[in-house]
Design a protein around this ligand. Structure first.
Ligand SMILES: [Fe+2]
Ligand SMILES: [Fe+2]
Length: 333
């Protein structure tokens, strides 16, 4: 239904639209022809991050084979990102007609365009290093649930507050380990867009939550609790088997005597920063649930840990703050 409330303004959303306009980029402007460096392998450190470097089977492989496996693991993970980007494009399109405020409709239209660009860029990024892998079952179920939900606050919760913020964490982590200039270039550009999308969710979702019926609120609350307990389960360990198969390696031999543990073989400083990022994300997500007006009962605070020192009390994730500051500087110039 059309809105004729052209005078009602939401300044925070108008600011995000301005920032988004100023940071537009194109897939064609990326120099895709830059070759992957030969040595050291640009993706090999991903094996350390995933902890599978501790497997004797992996350690005994020729270095080129280790690099090949690392590339397939990233291709598998970024195939999931690609499926998520396609869903984000469709959800943002739906949002243009399911929200009532004109500024929110305009922002959603901008986001749909951003996501279309992300779909094309991530597709090219994955195809540089491997095939496009199928969508994992947990992620697939979550995306279909969002695409068919008639409750837009549930869609914004699932997309802007969870999937996009979670993707930003994954991007930051990959940037710690991948030394491929094209990858870094694309991911850094997408990060900036995603920071705007997450900010939209944080700033607009409360209006939607306040307008829900008790039954809808119950549905969204249960979904929030499910997300909160599945922050790290969107991709299952078994899904990596396809990456091993792609380069004729034996997944079972790798894991026979190996407990899967992210960051199991990292230098202490790197391990600390990965652990801290995870803790910060978990705490940020729980704070955001409360901030947007979901019942506090669905978001029990995690017990503080030794790695929690950088948790802070503000709303921004550190890697979001960087993007926002960069944009703010641009805006005031
Ligand atoms: Fe995106
Ligand atoms: Fe996005």
């Amino acid at each position: 239904m059309l809105t004729f409330e052209y005078d009602e303004a939401l300044p925070p959303l108008q600011r995000l639209v301005r920032l988004s306009n100023r940071s537009q980029w194109t897939v064609e402007a990326i120099d895709w022809a830059r070759p992957l460096p030969d040595r050291p392998g640009p993706y090999e450190r991903v094996l350390e991050w995933h902890g599978i470097w501790r497997s004797d089977y992996i350690r005994r492989l020729p270095r080129a084979k280790q690099e090949a496996l690392a590339r397939q693991m990233v291709a598998m993970e970024f195939s999931q990102v690609l499926h998520g980007e396609q869903a984000a494009m469709m959800l943002a399109g739906q949002l243009t007609s399911s929200v009532d405020d004109l500024d929110a409709r305009v922002f959603a239209a901008h986001q749909a365009q951003d996501e279309a660009r992300h779909v094309m860029a991530i597709r090219s990024l994955v195809q540089r290093i491997g095939p496009i892998y199928p969508c994992g079952p947990v992620l697939g179920q979550n995306l279909s649930q969002l695409l068919t939900s008639p409750i837009w606050p549930k869609q914004v919760l699932g997309l802007q507050l969870f999937l996009e913020a979670r993707a930003l964490l994954s991007f930051r982590e990959h940037l710690l380990f991948v030394r491929d200039d094209v990858f870094r270039d694309v991911i850094t550009k997408i990060e900036r867009d995603e920071a705007h999308h997450v900010a939209f969710g944080v700033q607009y979702l409360r209006r939607g939550i306040e307008g829900l019926t008790p039954a809808e609120l119950d549905d969204v609350g249960r979904y929030a609790a499910w997300l909160d307990s599945n922050l790290w389960s969107m991709t299952q360990k078994e899904e990596y088997r396809q990456a091993f198969d792609e380069v004729d390696l034996d997944y079972d031999a790798c894991f026979a005597q190996l407990q899967w543990s992210l960051g199991g073989e990292l230098a202490m400083a790197t391990r600390k920063s990965v652990t801290r990022m995870h803790t910060q994300f978990g705490r940020w997500f729980e704070r955001m649930l409360v901030k947007v007006g979901l019942p506090a009962a669905v978001s029990p605070r995690r017990e503080p840990t030794d790695d929690d020192d950088a948790g802070g009390s503000d709303d921004a994730l550190p890697w979001l703050t960087i993007a926002e500051n960069a944009e703010g500087a641009q805006e005031s110039s």
